[in-house]
Design a protein around this ligand. Structure first.
Ligand code: AMP
Ligand code: MG
Length: 301
């Protein structure tokens, strides 16, 4: 998934050998999801699925199906701001290879935009199959890391791990309560300089952050970052980062991307509509807007 992975397992000191096995098992679960959902592996299930666009229904694995169904639901709830068919636009803007230095011509943006839209993905639940329209392709970069974190946490739970934290590139899931009795506390990175803008504390669930500082290029003093508004075909401007706390890491991942596209007002309204979700949006002007929920505490500097 082209990102960092940190897994922390809490076991009594006498069980350190068991903890090592836990780490191996959780790591294996994430590696398996990566083999299915990566766009960077020529033989991943996702790449093979994309290759069959325009060729009718394709049966998919249960994990792929679960993620595509969730993606479909977040697309609907976000009014199309979250859209895993955004691939042609991400490609046009150069974010798969980070090789673009100027803005593409508007007619190329329009051409790519015609190949984007969740109406180009048909899901058949009874057959566990999906069909992609011609020249459409799926990118799970905004949701699969969260899904992988949920699966790793489920694996650790099944192994009777009392407490754990899994951090896959800023998608963080927790299991159980922290052994020291304090809530889980995650630092919120300042999107423009080293250091934190604050922290968020919570007892259970997951946190995800989307930022304009991971992957971007600059042209004429303007920053163009890797999260694209599928409704315009242009990279989102005005938002520097979004962080979402949600009951699952998959929801936190999808909602942080959706909130980034929607911006502070509509983004936080979407988060408020999801039970157990909270979040914040940091504007490129440094302004921070917050939406809380029970059990989640934000501390801002
Ligand atoms: P995240 O870091 O979770 O916000 O995911 C960002 C990645 O998702 C990008 O690098 C793209 O690969 C993809 N992406 C970009 N824009 C969108 C969008 N509007 N909806 C869904 N995925 C997107
Ligand atoms: Mg995301």
């Amino acid at each position: 998934m082209a990102t960092s992975l940190d897994i922390t397992v809490y076991r009594p000191a006498s069980h350190s050998a068991l903890a090592e096995q836990d780490l191996i098992a959780a790591h294996a679960v994430i590696a398996e999801i990566d083999r299915m959902m990566s766009l960077y592996r020529p033989d991943s299930e996702l790449v093979l699925l994309n290759a069959k666009a325009g060729q009718g229904p394709v049966s998919v694995s249960a994990p792929m199906f679960e993620v595509l169904q969730a993606a479909n639901s977040f697309a609907r709830r976000s009014g199309g701001a979250f859209d895993v068919t955004v691939t042609p636009l991400v490609e046009l803007w150069g974010f798969y290879r980070n090789d673009r230095v100027v803005v593409p011509p508007q007619d190329a943006i329009e051409e790519a935009r015609r190949r984007v839209g969740m109406d180009r993905l048909t899901i058949d639940a009874a057959a566990r199959a999906v069909a992609l329209a011609r020249e459409t392709a799926i990118d799970l970069g905004a949701i699969a890391k969260g899904y992988a974190v949920d699966r790793a946490i489920a694996e650790l739970k099944a192994r009777d791990v009392p407490a754990a934290l899994v951090d896959l590139g800023g998608n963080i899931g927790v299991l159980g309560a922290r052994p020291d009795g304090n809530p889980w506390k995650i630092g919120l990175q300042d999107p423009r300089k080293n250091g934190l803008i604050g922290s968020v504390s919570f007892n259970a669930g997951a946190v995800a952050t989307s930022g304009d500082y991971d992957r971007y290029f600059e042209h004429d003093g303007q920053r163009y970052s890797h999260i694209i508004d599928p409704r315009t075909g242009w990279p989102v401007s005005g938002v520097a980062a979004t962080t979402v706390i949600a009951p699952t890491a998959m929801a936190a991942d999808a909602l942080s991307t959706a909130g980034f596209v929607l911006g502070p007002e509509a983004g936080l309204a979407l988060i408020a509509s999801i039970p157990g979700a909270a979040g914040l949006v940091v504007g490129t002007d440094g302004r921070v807007a917050v939406q809380g929920t029970g059990g989640v505490t934000f501390e801002l500097r």
